[in-house]
Design a protein around this ligand. Sequence first.
Ligand SMILES: Nc1nc2c(ncn2[C@@H]2O[C@H](COP(=O)(O)OP(=O)(O)O)[C@@H](O)[C@H]2O)c(=O)[nH]1
Ligand SMILES: [Mg+2]
Length: 330
Amino acid sequence: MFRIFRKKNKQTGELQDVQLRPVEQAGVDPLEKRLEDSRRVIGQRLMAVFSGHSDINEDLLEELETILLTADVGVNASLEIMANLRAAITNRSIKDPQSLLPAVQAELYELIMPSEQLLAVDTSHKPFVILMVGINGAGKTTTIGKLAQRFQEEDLSVMLAAGDTFRAAAVEQLKSWGDRNDVPVIAQGTGADSAAVIFDALQSAIARNVDVLIADTAGRLHTQTNLMDELKKIRRVINRVDPGAPHEVMLVVDAGTGTNALNQARNFNEAVGVTGITITKLDGTARGGMLFAIASELGIPIRFIGVGESANDLRPFDAGTFINAILPLD
Ligand SMILES: Nc1nc2c(ncn2[C@@H]2O[C@H](COP(=O)(O)OP(=O)(O)O)[C@@H](O)[C@H]2O)c(=O)[nH]1
Ligand SMILES: [Mg+2]
């Protein structure tokens, strides 16, 4: 089944219908089911505002702005959307509350569409090195498991580096996952030098002609400068073996942290240059609006969204599907 949504025409500013790619598979929940909480605080509240007013007035616009601001969409993004809507109301291309809904949808889509950039594994790099970064509990190790499974399904060979040597449990978590799924995990004991573990793993991956090496890292508080120093060192060490690596520095952020994730992203980006973001736990939060703030403030591709704990729950970020899940037109 195709779903339709409206998109703003770049030249004319008019709304036009766009068909969404069907992404629903057997046995996999549609995204709207996983994003129920966010849809309640964004989509349903917006619809209630539009149906509660018979004409467009200042009250309506203020309520709309409040919803965007309180739904973690971010100040800049919310103000930009409101300015565009006010302009469309002034020039009469929006005349009634009903036509505001598709207009808001189109505005939100415009914000996040540029961030829809899939992670493409370039197999001319052997291995393609992915460095995972993010604060503790963000979902790095879980995302590594999901990614490894996804790559295996694409017939790519995978190796993991247990670079989070700060917590014993982190090494065990990765090892047990690797054992279950037949993925080699290069690890040393707790307290080992993280850069050394990743260096070993990279050499081993080269020797074994592995397609993708995913390196886990520790994530104590991002405010501790020593974590950033450690990550910089890891980057340098990887670089020494392969000047083009890491090919992806993937920041993992927990959607539940809301717009706080912006600060995390800025800190990690400054230290190690983030090339892609995965936003996890969108299933367990009403703060899904933070994705709009991330997209509009950072200009870093959003590769995946995490909407649950199983491997199927890491989904490539698709802007249209995301909008429709949070703010459906029907
Ligand atoms: N509901 C849900 N839980 C997640 C998701 N991603 C990770 N988690 C959970 O978040 C917790 C922390 O994840 P972990 O991978 O250990 O974080 P790390 O410290 O960054 O490595 C674990 O209990 C995971 O199961 C997600 O997309 N949805
Ligand atoms: Mg971990």
